[in-house]
Ligand binder design. Sequence first.
Ligand SMILES: Cc1cc2nc3c(=O)[nH]c(=O)nc-3n(C[C@H](O)[C@H](O)[C@H](O)COP(=O)(O)OP(=O)(O)OC[C@H]3O[C@@H](n4cnc5c(N)ncnc54)[C@H](O)[C@@H]3O)c2cc1C
Length: 492
Amino acid sequence: MAPVTENGPYDYDLIVIGGGSAGLACAKEAVACGARVVCLDYVKPTPLGTKWGVGGTCVNVGCIPKKLMHQASLLGEAVHEAAAYGWNVNEKIKPDWNKLVSSVQNHIKSVNWVTRVDLRDKKVEYINGLGSFLDPHTMTIKMKSGDRKITSQTFVIAVGGRPRYPDIPGAVEYGITSDDLFSLNREPGKTLVVGAGYIGLECAGFLKGLGYEPTVMVRSIVLRGFDQQMAGLVADSMEERGIPFLYQYVPLSVEKLSSGKLLVKYEHSQSGEVRSDTFDTVLWAIGRKGLVDDLNLANAGVHTFKDKIQVDSYEATNVPNIYAVGDIIYGKPELTPVAVLAGRLLARRLYGESTQRMDYTDVATTVFTPLEYACVGLSEEDAVKEFGADEIEVFHGYYKPTEFFIPQKSVRHCYLKAVAERHGEQRVYGLHYLGPVAGEVIQGFAAALKSGLTIKTLMNTVGIHPTTAEEFTRLNITKRSGLDPTPASCCS
Ligand SMILES: Cc1cc2nc3c(=O)[nH]c(=O)nc-3n(C[C@H](O)[C@H](O)[C@H](O)COP(=O)(O)OP(=O)(O)OC[C@H]3O[C@@H](n4cnc5c(N)ncnc54)[C@H](O)[C@@H]3O)c2cc1C
């Protein structure tokens, strides 16, 4: 038992382990509610030696650098389009990778700095150290200055995850992950992106836009967990832009040649056919692993499940004083706004008056591929699974963004659909949109869907013309009708 201090038997009311989106939100809110809190954060360097500051994945190696590189790639595309719109773009444009990386890293450092200042202003104690449990109320923290033991009444585990490496020769020595890409000190060049989840596709997308040559290797399906019709269209739109997809292949080994190039051997998972090719970079995007190992959870009695922690609807683990939020919890959307809101609500329930629980349903999200895909609610297949095909109506349509005409951009994959109840009120279960600024389009519709949006309301909503978001108000063709969903007219 820890000695009794002026703060009770424990050093703190709350120790938050992890200074990412979930942990910081939880720690700040708990302090605002009057709790005595310390937040620990520690980043182990990647095998390549990449490391970063406070703020977690989103700020340092996730959403933020990814969106900036996506924007860089969209700008390159826009410059080419500008010529069609009458701009004199005389010089042959090309990107400067090192300049991009340094701009992105400068922004990240400024966010790290603001985060530290914010923690200080909000009186959240922050320790740069790796926490592991000694018992359900005690942690050791490994710090540069040595180890320290601290006790707390309550713990919130918000340690997030890190990219996985495949268990094949050369994977760790020669491959990189998204943890390294945004600060890579050389041009990526011809890149093999292994994995077709959203991170793999986004990275391949911006690398292509920046003028490199990505190839995507897909073990089974593209964008697992997303609507598969939309996933197929995303992949097709990327192939149309010249990104090859190697379907049903798995990597076997990576070797470094004397030229410095990486020789990758890979195998077709059904036929067993083995092929090889050389690349400048191999990027593993095969999934992420929850960071449970360093926590010594067995000492606290916390159960783990597939590198994650299972929690109940109060984010409580199987140990009464230990909670978990963010990417480390099993079976919930791994997204920053989810982590932030869940962390904040948990702190309010623990130290405020609130009883409000996190609602993990109908969370909108965007895949920032060159043609973006955003969605909220159920995929078509999940709606069919839940309600049966006879009870679902899918309204869909292709559309032509006005701004695509002059530069003659492909409109082949600009498509959207509403998955709805077939009878009665025709409640909307899911909205899916593939096209420009997808996140901006879907965010508002997400609020509508959460408020019980019906097809009738959608049809009675007057669109904003000419936008792509208005296409949701023009949806009138059902899949069941078999009618052609390609648009004939623009303004009538
Ligand atoms: C490439 C990429 C792109 C992404 N894009 C998006 C996007 O566009 N939109 C979106 O919403 N989400 C996106 N995400 C997901 C988003 O980044 C995560 O959902 C979010 O960061 C999860 O927050 P978290 O607090 O749970 O974990 P993290 O942000 O990972 O924070 C956990 C922190 O805890 C530290 N830690 C771990 N173990 C210990 C320990 N024992 N002691 C002390 N500290 C420890 C970790 O080093 C880390 O700093 C992206 C992720 C990646 C990788």
